[in-house]
Design a protein around this ligand. Structure first.
Ligand SMILES: CC(C)(COP(=O)(O)OP(=O)(O)OC[C@H]1O[C@@H](n2cnc3c(N)ncnc32)[C@H](O)[C@@H]1OP(=O)(O)O)[C@@H](O)C(=O)NCCC(=O)NCCS
Length: 221
């Protein structure tokens, strides 16, 4: 069985676009090398090119950037707290480099400037979790939507069929963003809302918002 199964309910050619990027990047072979021929798994791409954005694998050299971003007073209101010291962040990133169970991207604009982060982690069978999603104030307003579309394109190219994530109840603009994408609430705690989104809803949104990512993604390992 191919590692990359075309998601269902696609009349748009988006699934074909995703399969092409997966084929060009040799994802099935890479998964097979990891004994993951049957199911999806996290592969750390070196860089993913979108429309106005790219995303590159985070390295230890990004520690001070990540600390500055995650300790920004406005941006940190709804994310788990981060030490203002760079050292523990460097240690976290060193460990991350050896960890094949997550992918941490630095989001960049066309000028190659860092504008944010996003992370894929907590794989549950064919469902991926994403978060640590932060975009600097002052970035183009299309950045949030394009980065979300890039995450979904890449995860589907890896063979994932759904996603799950938590959002703080008070982070209203973000849970509204996910609900517009088709995410469904699956539960809640005192502080958080739990969501999941199926491949068919992901594909619908990739189609609906295709103008933000007209040619899909190009994956570089
Ligand atoms: C999460 C985060 C990256 C989202 O980015 P954002 O810029 O706030 O996203 P928004 O929902 O405001 O969308 C940005 C723009 O895209 C537009 N947009 C969003 N979704 C859209 C959609 N589905 N269709 C069309 N336009 C859309 C918005 O209208 C907005 O346009 P505007 O700037 O002209 O008002 C950002 O809020 C952030 O860094 N937050 C802090 C960290 C955080 O809480 N992360 C989430 C943890 S779960």
């Amino acid at each position: 069985m191919s590692a990359v199964t075309p998601p269902t309910a696609d009349q748009s050619g988006i699934a074909a676009q995703i399969q092409t990027s997966a084929l060009e990047a040799g994802i099935a072979q890479r998964l097979a090398q990891r004994d993951q021929a049957v199911g999806p798994a996290y592969l750390k791409a070196k860089k993913i090119f979108g429309h106005k954005l790219s995303m590159r694998n985070a390295t230890v050299a990004d520690a001070s950037y990540i600390v500055a971003l995650r300790t920004d007073e406005q941006k940190s209101r709804f994310i788990s707290s981060t030490s203002a010291n760079v050292k523990p962040q460097e240690q976290w990133l060193e460990k991350y480099a050896r960890d094949d169970k997550q992918i941490y991207f630095i989001i960049q604009n066309m000028e190659g400037e860092n504008i944010g982060t996003v992370r894929l982690y907590d794989q549950q069978a064919d469902s991926f979790c994403w978060g640590s999603w932060i975009i600097q104030a002052g970035s183009a307003s299309s950045s949030s939507i394009e980065s979300a579309l890039m995450v979904y394109h890449y995860a589907l190219a890896l063979g994932f069929q759904r996603a799950h994530f938590d959002v703080r109840k008070a982070n209203e603009s973000v849970w509204k963003f996910h609900e517009r994408f088709g995410a469904k609430k699956t539960g809640e705690t005192a502080e958080d809302l739990h969501y999941s989104i199926a491949a068919s809803d992901i594909i619908s949104s990739l189609n609906r918002y295709a103008k933000f990512l007209p040619k899909g993604i190009q994956i570089q390992f």
